[in-house]
Design a protein around this ligand. Structure first.
Ligand code: PLP
Length: 462
């Protein structure tokens, strides 16, 4: 009961209050919650999650949201601005992904609710455009679970190609062996969520062309930072529409696009594939119904805020933030490499993952957690990662990481010698104890229990 958030501080509403509460009082409560929750990531010790962290940028986008938050973009006759916002978000992102290099087809896109939304829509488009009885997709084992969610929802078989454990990059030959006549799309990540590394997209592009299948590049994470890394002269391989086999790209405005949560872009080399998502119902008594994708009503506020945030930053703003993030990541990776007991996985840039061949890396995780760090846990092999975002570029954060990591390595050596098991394990978005080696059924129960807790009703309404 006591673990229900803020039950000790604020009134819990189990039914609508009979009379409305004063807005100032509501705002005061919300300010207190937001302030308490911001205080943690403001330290710069949380991996990923909060990509921007600039309250002036947030306030600006919130103001633009407020102008259109009530607008339903399904009704374009009333809200034509939505076409401007969505069209320009897509045009700007297509330009970033070098859609200018496309010949023979008309590039197009759709703004979705997030990375998962973009990946779901992409897989649905490939499925429906192909119209096969038993479609499958081939993804690197490291590609995001959203592809598996798409498979689950849309009846698409998901085939997983192994990665080279040294480079963390997909084994292209193994991927080739998994492609057959029912394959509707191949997937590569730029970069992947676990290691931040970029699959050999040029080779996947060749493979996709030679086998006549689509290639979706998941740039949900890297789409708004890697292009600026290339401009800054970093060694970033080409992963976008300059490669002729790349047929779609997902890039998240709500990650390194620094937008408010709730938007992402899905871009197509050929608008005809986007149009496979159109839902057209001619026979409903409520009238003829049309929508571009899975959602019905959508908020004009998110489109306006995303557009306004992008236009406010401009290329030089993105480039400046990218430079600081790459530099901070370089220093943090250097700190990891300074410990012979630790091993960085692959060749990362802005998100790095490391493990140890000498002790269970979760000892390092535990020690870092004790020092206020929220790293992300991984498995097969056990590893931890840090997605470097703007809060880490603040003064002193990289230095604190290096100092705390040195202590954590000492702690891990001691724990390993004493034969102690670590306290933590790998779950996306939360870390309960000692799970990685338990049976799958038990882990699923624990995971479902976590969701039960997160989605629970107030105590006495249960
Ligand atoms: C975050 C992420 C996704 C999923 O995005 P959501 O916005 O969480 O739905 C997909 N792919 C990669 C590489 C990601 O980092």
């Amino acid at each position: 009961m006591t673990d229900y958030p803020y039950a000790d501080r604020f009134e819990v509403h189990e039914r609508l209050p009979e009379d409305g509460r004063p807005p100032e009082e509501i705002l005061a409560e919300l300010r207190e919650m937001a302030g308490a929750e911001d205080a943690f990531w403001e330290t710069g010790k949380a991996s990923g999650t909060v990509y921007c962290g600039d309250h002036r940028h947030y306030a600006f986008m919130a103001e633009t949201y407020g102008l259109f938050g009530h607008a339903n973009v399904l009704q374009r006759d009333m809200f034509p601005s939505a076409t401007k916002f969505e069209g320009e978000i897509l045009a700007m992102t297509l330009d970033l992904m070098h859609a200018g290099a496309v010949t023979g087809t008309e590039p197009a896109g759709i703004v979705t609710t997030g990375g998962t939304g973009s990946i779901l829509h992409a897989m649905l488009a490939y499925r429906d455009a192909a119209g096969l009885e038993r479609p499958n997709i081939v993804k690197p084992e490291t590609a995001h679970p959203a592809f598996d969610k798409a498979g689950h929802l849309f009846g698409i078989e998901v085939r997983r190609a192994p990665v080279d454990p040294r480079t963390t990059l997909v084994d292209v030959d193994a991927a080739a062996d998994l492609i057959d006549a029912d394959t509707v799309a191949l997937v590569g990540s730029a970069g992947n969520y676990g290691y931040g590394t970029i699959d050999p997209i040029a080779e996947l592009s060749e493979l996709a062309l030679s086998r006549g299948v689509g290639l979706h590049v998941d740039a949900c994470l890297g789409g708004f930072i890697l292009p600026f890394g290339e401009e800054l002269g970093l060694d970033v391989p080409v992963f976008d529409f300059r490669l002729p086999g790349v047929t779609s790209i997902s890039a998240d405005t709500h990650k390194y696009g620094y937008g408010l949560k709730g938007t992402s872009t899905l871009l197509f080399r050929d608008g005809a594939l986007r149009n496979a998502l159109y839902f057209l119902d001619t026979g409903w008594s409520g009238g003829k119904y049309l929508s571009p994708g899975i959602e019905g009503s959508r908020s004009g506020g998110l489109l306006a805020a995303t557009w306004a945030g992008m236009v406010r930053l401009g290329r030089s703003g993105y480039r400046r933030h990218a430079a600081r993030i790459f530099e901070t990541a370089r220093r943090m990776i250097g700190a990891v490499r300074s410990h012979p007991e630790l091993r960085v996985l692959g060749e990362p840039t802005f998100l790095f993952s490391f493990t140890s061949d000498e002790f269970d890396i979760y000892h390092v995780y535990d020690s870092m957690a004790g020092r206020g760090w929220r790293l992300n846990g991984q498995q097969y092999p056990n590893a931890v990662h840090m997605a470097v975002t703007r809060p880490q570029t603040r003064p002193g954060v990289a230095e604190a990481f290096a100092a705390d990591l040195a202590e954590a390595v000492e702690y891990a050596l001691k724990q390993e010698k004493a034969g102690e098991a670590p306290m933590s394990g790998a779950v996306y978005g939360g870390v309960p104890g000692g799970l990685t080696h338990e049976a799958d059924d038990f882990i699923r129960q624990v995971m479902a229990g976590m969701l039960d807790t997160q989605q629970s009703l107030p105590p006495s309404a249960r």
